[in-house]
Design a protein around this ligand. Structure first.
Ligand code: PBG
Length: 374
């Protein structure tokens, strides 16, 4: 199993005799050999119902016919973690099935993505602690891990989309997305650095710039700089409504910022209690030139996805973040839920909420499932 942990395998290899909560795909919930109306207890008059909702659910073909939303491989963006070294895949403990990959291995997974018809991959670096500093200066190194990975992928697979995150947290010694002075995140000074980071990544060949930092005014500043420097075709997907969330925990593990992060990100990421504010954030990013907008995290914020899609009719994306992945993969690995079903149910839920696409660590697994069933 290429992902390291096969959710399905773990699930099916549980000891016999245990209460089997899991339901396999294709296995009907109603047992075929249930006795039919043999006892008086089951005999009762029919209800006089003109409308019976269950008629459209009576069989698989009928359910397919009335299905409102379908997940395809075109909906998937696959986030990957890149680390220094050669020919190595290091598991991320809190994300069973996800590895940090050296550049050569990232190229192999890019190939896997291309074969699975996944349109786009997203790159996040694990920066060596020695290269992290207060200013996050490694972000501007044209030969940093992300830039190396972009060039290596584009060389072999020019037709796959490559998205790069813009924020300083993988590069700062304090783990924040921006510059700090006297314990305060400096907005405008940070934006100036983010602009340079975006240009560095565009120079390396990245297709989509995805600012995840939540500083005010960064979309406009980045758009202007891209246009002024001959990168008019580089798209911007803004993390427009990004909430301060406990669900980013495993990601911070993966990029090695969990231990270094001082305090939290609540002065720049949104308060999870807010919804109207998300519309204002999205509106600003659209006005500043975002081509696509994103809501993050995913499952606790499906209402925001729906409001954003209805309100702006923009290409709207959602990030099923590391903690959401960990909950499903972890529970599945313990045999507590059926991992494959939970994965597919969570992904189609995003589509139902109005998302045009989903960033998800399940991308290869889901794409394989879609491929196998088509
Ligand atoms: C960095 C960034 C984060 C994520 C994507 N970009 C973490 C954070 O804001 O702390 C989270 C992704 C995930 O949890 O899967 N700004």
């Amino acid at each position: 199993e290429m992902l390291g942990v096969d959710l399905y395998q773990v699930q099916t290899s549980r000891p016999r005799g245990e209460d089997n909560m899991a339901i396999k795909f294709g296995r009907p919930i109603e047992l075929r050999d249930t006795p039919r109306r043999q006892t008086d207890a089951l005999a009762s008059p029919s209800l006089d119902l003109a409308i019976r909702m269950r008629r459209n659910r009576k069989s698989e073909w009928a359910r397919r016919l009335v299905r409102e939303n379908v997940l395809t491989t075109d909906d998937l963006i696959w986030p990957m973690f890149v680390v220094d070294g050669h020919n190595t895949r290091t598991p991320v403990a809190s994300m069973p099935g996800v590895d940090r990959l050296t550049v050569d291995q990232i190229v192999r997974d890019a190939e896997r993505a291309a074969k699975l018809n996944i349109p786009c991959i997203a790159l996040f670096p694990f920066t060596e602690p020695a290269l992290r500093d207060e200013q996050g200066s490694e972000a501007l190194n044209p030969d940093n891990l992300v830039c190396q990975a972009v060039r290596a992928i584009k060389k072999e697979f020019p037709d796959i989309g490559v998205l790069c995150d813009v924020a300083l947290d993988p590069f700062t010694s304090h783990g924040h997305d921006g510059l700090i002075e006297d314990g305060k995140i400096l907005n405008d000074e940070t934006v100036a650095v983010l602009v340079k980071q975006a240009l560095t990544q565009a120079e390396a060949g990245c297709d989509v710039i995805a600012p995840s930092d939540m500083m005010d005014g960064r979309i406009g500043a980045i758009r202007e700089a891209l246009d002024d420097n001959g990168f008019g075709d580089v798209q911007i997907m803004s993390y427009a409504a990004k909430y301060a969330s406990a669900f980013y925990g495993p990601f911070r593990d993966a990029i090695g910022s969990a231990k270094t992060l001082t305090g939290d990100k609540r002065t720049y990421q949104m308060d999870s209690a807010n919804s109207d504010e998300a519309l204002r954030e999205v509106e600003l990013d659209i006005a500043e030139g975002a081509d696509m907008v994103m809501v993050k995290p995913g499952m606790p914020y499906l209402d925001i996805v729906r409001r954003v899609k209805d309100h702006f009719a923009m290409p709207t994306f959602v990030y099923q973040v590391s903690g959401e992945y960990a909950m499903i993969a972890g529970a599945a690995a313990n045999g507590w839920i059926d991992g494959e079903r939970a994965m597919m149910e969570s992904l189609v839920g995003f589509k139902r909420a109005g998302a045009d696409g989903i960033l998800t660590y399940f991308a290869p697994k889901a794409a394989e499932k879609i491929k196998a069933e088509s």
